[in-house]
Design a protein around this ligand. Structure first.
Ligand code: HEM
Length: 237
């Protein structure tokens, strides 16, 4: 429930609320008339957007546990969450300083309000830009070329073919290949990164590891996506 149904729902809210709120705040800083009429509305919209960005990040993490993690999109999502929260905080600070300036006697220094206004405008532009790239990378992860596809590294037709004897020659920590289910993988760079420990991968070097891999990981998405990213060819007799 927390993953798939919620993530698309909250991201669409964030994708609307963040740019609308950020542009509204930007216009409020630049034009006092806009501030008077729509300032509070823009601030609330931006704040709702920032809270939705947190929700999007959290539901995205849950979703990544069920599917594979689209790295670029996750990085942008985290950046957007932080930048939108900072922007909302800056915008409220600017608002508070402007209100104080309105109440202050004529001739008081406008410096603090102006400085916070300039920071708010810069941050609001960053929010709009980051919302666009985060949304785009998310759409790409679902529909486009960024989609994590098992076996995407080498297609059956284009992949080089290796015999088990050739695979067996790559049987060391420095050069570790294994075959799984008719495909050949170079596991060398993964040895030290395996969450289940390096020894379990070292045991596979130079072998047909189909049974060891499927017994341990069967159809779990993460190990299979990791494996797919390391494919170097297909196994032939
Ligand atoms: C090329 C082969 C393998 C790959 C690509 C691989 C990949 C992975 C990945 C991605 C994880 C993290 C899982 C997660 O975060 O959900 C993991 C965890 C683990 N792996 Fe492997 N693995 C391989 C082979 C093996 C083998 C042969 C064994 C045992 C004989 C093993 C034992 C474990 C254990 C105990 C964990 C930690 C607990 C778990 O998440 O299941 N792995 N592996």
């Amino acid at each position: 429930m927390l993953g798939l149904p919620l993530h698309p729902l909250v991201v669409h809210l964030a994708v609307v609320a963040l740019p609308v709120g950020a542009l509204g705040v930007l216009a409020s800083v630049l034009w006092p008339k806009v501030r008077q009429r729509y300032g509070v509305l823009a601030l609330i919209t931006l704040s709702v957007g920032a809270l939705t960005a947190i929700a999007a990040r959290l539901t995205g993490v849950v979703l990544a546990e069920q599917e594979t993690l689209p790295e670029t999109h996750a990085t942008f999502g985290t950046a957007l969450m932080i930048v939108s929260l900072v922007t909302a905080a800056l915008a409220w600070l600017w608002w508070f300083l402007e209100r104080r300036r309105d109440a202050a006697p004529p001739g008081s220094s406008p410096l603090a309000a102006m400085a916070s206004g300039a920071l708010t405008v810069t941050a609001a532009v960053a929010v709009v830009g980051l919302t666009l790239v985060t949304g785009h990378s998310g759409a790409d992860a679902v529909w486009g070329s960024g989609r994590a596809q098992p076996g995407a590294v080498a297609t059956e037709e284009s992949a080089p073919a290796y015999t088990l004897a050739q695979v067996a020659a790559h049987n060391s920590r420095e050069d570790c290949w294994a075959a799984v289910d008719g495909k050949v993988y170079d596991l060398t760079s993964w040895i030290g990164q395996h969450p289940g420990g390096p020894q379990r991968i070292l045991n596979l070097c130079g072998t047909d590891a189909t049974q060891a891999f499927t017994t341990q990981h069967s159809t779990k998405p993460r190990p299979n996506a990791q494996l797919a990213s390391m494919q170097v060819g297909v196994l032939v007799d």
